[in-house]
Design a protein around this ligand. Structure first.
Ligand SMILES: Nc1ncnc2c1ncn2[C@@H]1O[C@H](COP(=O)(O)OP(=O)(O)O)[C@@H](O)[C@H]1O
Ligand SMILES: [Mg+2]
Length: 416
């Protein structure tokens, strides 16, 4: 008998961790793998000094904190480097490969990334060497000429951004200069805008599980995810699933979301380096049960089967496909996808779910329709919105969850 500890590295959130803990507890898992029986505990990680040589107490850690808090980030690096603890996600893959690197890599794979330029920072680094270095080597450049080459409208946004910070839509020369002047020391991209699109898609992937969601970036945060499913034709849906998973497998990202804009039937990925994305109840609502169930299944699979984190990237195998003559874009994507599915062990995972976790969807359905979950929903609304909004949003989210429950009861429970 082996017991595995799943750690949750958290900030202020209480919604998804509580749902995750409840689901694992209710599922009462005793899983057979590798000739042994496995049980699981979920523990929230506490921040304290740590000895670099200390033995790890977790078998797997899901991180939602290290993107802004340094000590836990360095703790994750120790776990990755010294202890090979399974991490969602490996911090190295995100620190060294942010948005800019991801654009370059996916351009190398032939994906339809909008035209993008990088600009020197408006204000140089605080370094005594900068003035003289700039005098010698920084060429004057014509910002307007670059924007004209890309064409208006365009977006100016940080090369490593997240959470829409510093993102500006630029429609004119005046806006271009205002945005550049405001960027200060931040390194910015200038990117062709894809507007008047058919649909904005967000694909949330957890291991080899992907939820394709319609996203409305123009709406307020609580209303950005549409509840609709099946809003793409089969072909485009498959393309979205494959695109997100290929990007994730390429970078060894296992909990990530991929934003794609589909216009005139052509998909352009625009933002796909979103480590451990927001999975809060108030943003995901009807997609929340899927996300939590998927996180539980993938964590249990990794912990029970002893799946190890990849140390290498295998980039060359992807590049060889990119360079293979005679493939059309779809064939190329399918060839990448074969690599990504091997990486995620999709078949083995699905077989594991069908045998060892076969009751989890049912337990999830019971939980997400239970009074206990409703309490969590109410507590989350109270913690998220202002007092005069409480009544409205409790009713709003109850309605969305009821909608989900009706759909799920007719389909495949929590994964429907
Ligand atoms: N090239 C683009 N075309 C159209 N909209 C864009 C483009 N780039 C960014 N946006 C808009 O700006 C938002 C934030 O930009 P994004 O690249 O996703 O950065 P972040 O990492 O901050 O989320 C997107 O959700 C989208 O609405
Ligand atoms: Mg984004």
């Amino acid at each position: 008998m082996a017991n595995h500890v799943i750690g949750l590295l958290l900030g202020m959130e209480d919604d998804w961790p509580a749902a995750f803990e409840s689901l694992v507890r209710r599922a009462n898992l005793r899983v057979r793998a590798g000739g042994d029986e496995h049980t699981f505990d979920v523990r929230r990680v506490e921040i304290e000094p740590f000895r670099l040589r200390a033995d790890p107490t977790h078998d797997l850690v899901i991180d939602r904190l290290a993107w802004w808090y340094q000590l836990p980030r360095e703790w994750l690096k120790k776990l990755a480097m010294l202890n090979e603890v399974y991490l969602l996600n490996d911090p190295f893959t995100f620190q060294s490969m942010e948005k800019h690197t991801a654009y370059c890599a996916m351009m190398r794979l032939g994906m339809n990334i909008p035209e993008t330029w990088m600009l020197p920072t408006k204000v140089g680094p605080d370094n005594e060497r900068f003035a003289e270095t700039a005098r010698r080597y920084n060429r004057l450049f014509d910002l307007d000429a670059i924007a004209d080459r890309i064409g208006y409208p365009l977006f100016m946004k940080p090369f490593d951004g997240g959470g829409w910070v510093g993102v500006t839509q630029v429609d004119s020369r005046a806006q271009l200069h205002a945005a550049y002047d405001a960027s200060g020391q931040r390194l910015m991209h200038l990117q062709q805008a894809v507007l008047d699109y058919d649909v904005f898609v967000r694909g949330l992937s957890i291991g080899p599980q992907t939820r394709i969601m319609r996203y409305r970036p123009e709406r307020p945060q609580h209303d950005r995810y549409d509840t609709a499913q099946g809003f793409l034709d089969d072909d485009m849906n498959t393309e979205m699933v494959m695109t997100g998973r290929v990007i994730n497998a390429f970078f060894r990202w296992e909990f990530n979301s991929c934003e794609c804009i589909v216009k005139h039937g052509v998909a352009s990925p625009i933002d796909f380096a979103n480590a451990c994305p927001d999975v809060s109840l108030t943003s995901l609502h009807a997609h929340f049960p899927w996300a939590i169930t998927a996180l539980v299944k993938w964590s249990i699979f990794c912990a029970a089967t002893g799946r190890r984190m990849a140390l290498d990237m295998d980039k060359r195998r992807y590049f060889e496909i990119a360079d293979r003559p005679g493939l059309d874009p779809r064939e190329r994507l399918e060839a990448y996808f074969a690599l990504s599915e091997a990486y995620f062990e999709t078949e083995r995972f699905e077989a594991f779910c069908a045998t060892e976790l076969r009751h989890v969807d049912e337990v999830a359905f019971e939980y997400f329709t239970s009074p206990a979950f409703d309490e969590l929903l109410v507590a989350t609304v109270l913690a998220t919105f202002r007092p005069h909004e409480h009544e409205h949003f409790v009713a709003h989210y109850r309605r969305l969850m009821a909608h989900w429950a009706t759909d799920a009861a007719g389909g495949s429970a929590a994964t429907g």
